[in-house]
Design a protein around this ligand. Structure first.
Ligand SMILES: [Zn+2]
Length: 333
């Protein structure tokens, strides 16, 4: 232990001295030092090293990964066959593990939703938040218009979906969406579905805040990250603020469930608080820390206070509301 402590303390001093010696003290020696350095290495086979570059790119546990992937593909094929018995004759199904994607679209259109929306969204969310990939099929039912979507949601779930464009049935791992309204709802429900695999105990305030953040979002230039943008939910937030009806952040976060009669305001509240954390670069960090300690801090309140360096959320709440007003001034102009 003592030796280690001495090395840690003394090491950097040696390094600095060495650099100084090589680069400043005797500059001509920097080139001549090479033979000495070479003699410190064993002889390696350059051809073997090159050959190992490609082989080294195969994950060490690829054998297991293949087995898991195979069993997931088999489960997806089974899910597709089961789904085929319930869809209309004209509907189509494609299998893209872990997704089974069906609906009243052609196979080419379903594939386009997969490659242009589902896959890029999943890739960006996985990179930013999710460490546990789905090990069971996720079903996506995509409908091209209001009529077919409402018929399907009634047939499958006895739901009247007049007031929303999509939903996720957690027990079935199944999304039903009217994609005729754009990609936003699909991204919202996809965030729920993937989030529940990674963080099963995510409380509703954060679940809805994160999912609704991505219903309006841009990809970064390299396509690897998603950045949530302001959307129509800002009106609900501002309306509640103006009427002095917006609850505190602490009450939003502490309540186990979002009340149905307050849904529009509380979804907006949660969404814009996630956007606020995103703008400060804290959202992915909060997500992972929160997920990993949800057993002892189920609402996330303590983790949030710790990350933000505050005893309670009052100063953050004040700052958040000022930020919302500034955002409104910015998007209005
Ligand atoms: Zn939702």
């Amino acid at each position: 232990m003592l030796t280690r402590a001495i090395i840690l303390v003394v090491g950097p001093g040696f390094l600095i001295a060495g650099c100084y010696f090589l680069t400043v003290g005797r500059p001509s020696q920097t080139v001549q030092a090479a033979p000495v350095a070479r003699s410190e290495h064993r002889d390696f086979d350059i051809d073997e090293l090159h050959a190992g570059v490609e082989e080294g790119l195969v994950p060490a546990d690829s054998a297991n990964a293949n087995v898991d992937h195979r069993s997931l593909t088999i489960a997806c094929d089974e899910r597709a066959r089961e789904l085929g018995r319930h869809l209309d004759d004209k509907d189509r199904i494609i299998v893209r593990p872990p997704f089974v994607i069906g609906g009243n679209l052609s196979e080419a259109e379903l594939d386009r939703y997969y490659s242009e929306t589902v896959l890029p969204t999943k890739r960006a969310l996985d990179l930013t938040y999710f460490d546990n990939p789905p090990d069971e099929p996720l079903t996506l039912l995509l409908y091209s218009n209001e009529r077919t979507y409402r018929e399907a949601s009634w047939k499958f779930d006895r739901r009247d979906t007049a007031n929303y464009y999509g939903y996720y049935i957690r027990t079935d791992r199944r999304i039903v969406v009217n994609v005729g309204t754009g990609d936003g709802t699909l991204a919202h429900e996809l965030t729920h579905a993937l989030g529940h695999v990674d963080f099963p105990d995510m409380p509703e305030w954060f679940d809805e805040g994160l999912a609704s953040l991505y219903e309006e979002a841009d990809f970064s230039d390299d396509g690897l990250r998603l950045n949530g943008l302001s959307n129509w939910r800002l009106n609900h937030l501002l309306n509640a603020m103006q009427k002095r009806r917006l609850g505190t952040l602490e009450s939003l976060i502490s309540s186990r469930e979002i009340r149905e009669e307050r849904q529009a305001v509380e979804y907006a509240h949660a969404r814009y608080f996630c956007l606020y954390l995103q703008e400060r670069g804290l959202l992915p960090f909060f997500y992972r820390k929160f997920r990993d300690r949800a057993g002892s801090d189920p609402s996330g309140l303590r983790t949030l206070c710790e990350i933000l360096g505050t005893e309670n959320l009052d100063p953050i709440d004040r700052n958040f509301r000022q930020w919302v007003i500034a955002l409104y001034e910015q998007v209005r102009s």
